[in-house]
Design a protein around this ligand. Structure first.
Ligand code: NAD
Length: 335
């Protein structure tokens, strides 16, 4: 309970960060946070900027936030990524508590202490590793989520199932539960949270096994950056869905996994996620962006792949011709 947490920690001031959607849909559901000041930021990925952070730091200062204050973050991954970063450096770090309100944030973004903002078109280029001091998850928040945001969250659930093997048979056999089946979603969220927590606790600073969680993400971040460079936003979940197919195609070309694994991934992903649009002409730019990714080594594209369902591999350097082939294959095989 949030109220017990507040009694135990006794902060001098309570700040609550929300966006217009979470203010409208989620704030009315929480009555036990006696916040002294409500901070509001724009919703979504485009708000993950230094400018938004500066505005919040200024508001915290104006309203007397000290090192004994707490910042509650009520929202999805964009809001917790930014709120976590804001809190981690404000006066060298104040207490931060997450109340995730999207599926993606409950199963992934809110867990593990990676936070950050975008630098121009570069995804999550500025940030810190800093665990939230507490996380309160209530799956009932999901009832107001749009279909598109539900689907986005499913991408990370699929990723965890591909990495761990757990839950894959259910997804392949039955698909996902209906939106309002909160008991089933509660079980899925619990299993996914525990999986991510186990990996990130074992390797907080991503020196070894945590890197597996980047499966699909090198390609996904390149696609999201390509969109940002063109003034558009590509939803993270949709990008990860495409990224898992593209990187599995690269794994097949490198004979890291058996031929046919990308087809298995495609069979689950394509009915759920709209195909990501790019053209053959964009591929050179995608390779350049992917080589600038935080995970790249000496300018070469690095991906965390799987050799089979439930079998993650160490990060692999992908030669440019193989990456180009995978980008092309996705374009042709998903038509
Ligand atoms: N830190 C990590 O480890 C990590 C992992 C995965 C993704 N991410 C980041 O997460 C971000 C994506 O997060 P997201 O998918 O949660 O989207 P989001 O935070 O951008 O939210 C999407 C939209 O849903 C609205 N919304 C949130 N909760 C709602 C609710 N309960 N009802 C109605 N509307 C609601 C928001 O206001 C917003 O308009 C990306 O920036 C991505 O980079 C971070």
């Amino acid at each position: 309970m949030v109220s017990d947490y507040l009694v135990r920690t006794n902060p001098d001031k309570i700040f609550l960060l929300c966006d217009a959607e979470t203010k409208k849909y989620c704030l009315p559901r929480i009555s036990d946070i006696p916040f002294s000041h409500l901070l509001e930021m724009p919703a979504g990925e485009s708000a993950k900027t230094l400018e938004t952070c500066e505005r919040i730091w200024n508001e915290l200062t104006e309203h007397g936030a000290t090192r004994r204050s707490v910042l509650f973050c009520l929202g999805g991954g964009s809001l917790t990524d930014l709120g976590g970063f804001v809190a981690s450096v404000y006066q060298r770090g104040i207490t931060v508590v997450y109340i995730p309100t999207t599926l993606l944030c409950m199963v992934d973004a809110g867990i593990g202490g990676k936070n950050g903002i975008n630098l121009g078109g570069l995804k999550n280029y500025i940030g810190t590793f800093r665990m939230p001091d507490a996380i309160f998850i209530d799956p009932n928040f999901l009832l107001t989520l749009s279909d598109e945001e539900w689907t986005n969250g499913k991408a990370e659930v699929i990723k965890h199932a591909l990495l761990s093997g757990n839950g894959w048979n259910d997804i392949e056999g039955k698909g996902f539960p209906k939106k309002d089946d909160i008991p089933s979603w509660t079980r899925i969220i619990e299993a996914n949270t525990l999986f991510k927590q186990k990996i990130t606790t074992a390797d907080f600073a991503e020196n070894n096994i945590r890197a597996m969680l980047n499966f699909g993400h090198t390609a996904a971040h390149a696609l999201e950056t390509l969109y940002l460079n063109n003034g558009k936003i590509l939803a993270h979940g949709r990008a990860v869905a495409a990224g898992m197919i593209i990187e599995t195609m690269a794994a097949e070309a490198l004979q890291i996994c058996e031929n046919g694994l990308s087809h298995t991934v495609k069979k689950i992903v394509l009915p759920l996620f709209e195909r990501v649009d790019y053209t053959e002409k964009d591929i050179a730019e995608l390779n350049i962006i992917a080589a600038k990714d935080k995970k790249s080594v000496s300018g070469s594209v690095v991906c965390s792949l799987i050799s089979a369902i439930g079998k993650p591999c160490e990060p692999v350097s992908i030669p440019e011709p193989i990456m180009t082939k995978a980008w092309l294959q996705y374009l042709h095989d998903t038509l």
